[in-house]
Write a protein that binds this ligand. Structure first.
Ligand code: NI
Length: 217
């Protein structure tokens, strides 16, 4: 199979797998990450085949929906890549991307090695920022049955991975525990530039949210 066909087949497989996923990691998320990662990859002179495959597979078996199994995505990806005829070395680079893409808390260092992985990770994080971030955080909160906001509850930036998984009782809290931290976690120059605008938009959204909450606007 040539690279174009491999990408097309992977698109088809992922689309079927994620169809109807309700927590915000649905096919449309993958499609947005795919487009953005490709753009960042091109600007950063990365291998765009690896970038695209990493983006398509990055949520194939996310730890949030796999009982905390961190390697599930990598395993599923490796099987798939070898099945569609991707060579072993390229497969391992893509598997490494899938295994390391997730945000695991404020104090947990990123382990992404390849520039291709850095492009995918930036794109994935950018999709949790800006208008997409605002939309997704409330979709996810609704999925989990969480309140939008509770003024009694203060945000706790989660220091380690266990605390991160346990935290986040309201959607507004999630901004402080994750979304507002992402701008300083960009890997690439292109990602940093894009993150600036999206970060600013979220700050504006929060100001508006509190003003309306308090009847000031
Ligand atoms: Ni994702």
């Amino acid at each position: 199979m040539n690279k174009k066909d491999v990408i097309a087949e992977t698109e088809k497989m992922i689309k079927e797998k994620l169809n109807g996923e309700g927590s915000g990691h649905d096919w449309w998320h993958v499609l947005r990450v795919w487009k953005l990662a490709k753009r960042i990859g091109e600007e950063e002179k990365a291998d765009t085949f690896i970038v695209q495959m990493g983006a398509l597979l990055h949520d194939v078996a996310d730890w949030k929906s796999n009982d905390g199994d961190l390697e599930a995505g990598g395993r599923v990806s490796r099987e798939w890549l070898l099945e569609v005829g991707v060579d072993k070395d390229t497969t391992e680079v893509i598997v490494d991307i899938v295994n390391n893409v997730s945000f695991k808390g404020a104090g947990v260092e990123d382990k992404m090695k390849s520039i291709e992985g850095k492009a995918v990770q930036d794109a994935d994080r950018l999709d949790a920022m800006g208008a997409m971030g605002v939309g997704r955080v409330f979709t996810y909160g609704g999925h989990k049955g969480r309140a939008m906001y509770d003024p009694e509850e203060t945000a706790r930036p989660a220091g380690d991975f266990e605390a991160y998984k346990a935290a986040g009782q309201t959607s507004i809290n999630h901004f402080y525990e994750k979304l507002l931290l992402l701008k300083d976690r960009m890997n690439t120059e292109t990602g940093r530039k894009l993150a600036e605008g999206r970060h600013k938009f979220m700050e504006e959204f929060l100001n508006e949210f509190y003003a309306e909450w308090n009847g000031e606007k």
